[in-house]
Design a binder for this molecule. Structure first.
Ligand code: ARG
Ligand code: ZN
Ligand code: CA
Length: 261
């Protein structure tokens, strides 16, 4: 892959109340954050601890709202659907189908589908889900990323501490095949994200930790909690590494190669 990869994005706004029918400025604020974060142009990048600055990487991926719909007609890249549903089940993917109160995906080889919905829940988890993603290789009908409207963009209904647009940065990372940096093994030290330059770490970090945060004998620098693929607050995550970008690169050369050229 040489040069930039351009990803056309369709935002499916699925709303119950008028407030959840988020405005265009909230949507463009999210696209702007993606374009900063994926090119290492985010204004907070200087907060990366000195030791990890050499690992900061530009993915050369850019995102823009689709200008043509699947039929080739001009579009603003936004669909709007009023629904009877007040919350959406992460297990059923109801938000991804018009027949179940959501909106059907656009072809996943041409668009990144981003659904923005009232509320996401997991029947097996009491916590609110900020967002979720489908990894490469899954069914086209459910491919894409789902985000609760309060965790989308930086303005409008976006609410602190998740009003930095980083939930979408994180979920698009999964869509490009990135794993959580702690290796998804609970708090153990055996899990891996299959990336060489992210330190081995125990479990997820939350809120706004202070550097260094040690686990798994990973001193002196500790967990890379400033990475987008941890669980810290939006204001505490600022980087992807070279190794993570290599993994995105591999995805764009294989499962998601339709976005090249
Ligand atoms: N899938 C994660 C969740 O729903 C997303 C975490 C995003 N983290 C963030 N700081 N925005 O909890
Ligand atoms: Zn995640
Ligand atoms: Ca671990």
């Amino acid at each position: 892959r040489v040069g930039l990869t351009h990803i056309p994005v369709v935002v499916h706004v699925v709303f119950h109340t008028a407030e959840q029918n988020i405005g265009e400025s909230q949507i463009t604020s999210q696209i702007d954050v993606l374009n900063q974060d994926y090119r290492a142009l985010n204004p907070d990048i200087d907060k990366v601890p000195e030791v990890w600055k050499p690992l900061v990487a530009d993915s050369r991926i850019e995102f823009h709202l689709a200008t043509h719909d699947p039929q080739g007609q001009p579009t603003d890249g936004i669909t709007r659907t009023q629904t009877q549903a007040t919350k959406f089940n992460i297990r059923t993917n109801a938000v991804k189908h018009s027949s179940s109160g959501g909106h059907d995906a656009w072809p996943d080889d041409r668009y990144l589908n981003l659904w923005v919905c009232p509320r996401i829940f997991d029947p097996k988890d009491p916590n609110e889900i900020l967002g979720y993603a489908q990894f490469p290789g899954g069914p086209a009908e459910t491919d894409g990323v789902v985000i609760g409207h309060q965790f989308f963009g930086t303005t409008g209904t976006a609410a602190a501490p998740f009003n930095g647009g980083r939930t979408t940065t994180h979920e698009v990372g999964h869509w490009l095949n990135l794993l959580h940096i702690w290796g998804d093994d609970g708090n153990g030290c055996n899990g891996s994200d299959l990336v060489m330059d992210t330190p081995n770490s125990g479990g997820p970090n939350f809120q706004a930790p202070h550097f260094p945060r040690l686990s798994c004998s990973n001193g002196p620098d500790g967990d890379m909690f400033v990475n987008y693929m941890d669980y810290t607050d939006d204001k505490s995550m600022f980087m992807f590494t070279q190794g993570q970008v290599a993994r995105m690169e591999a995805t764009l050369d294989s499962a998601r190669s339709s976005f090249n050229g």
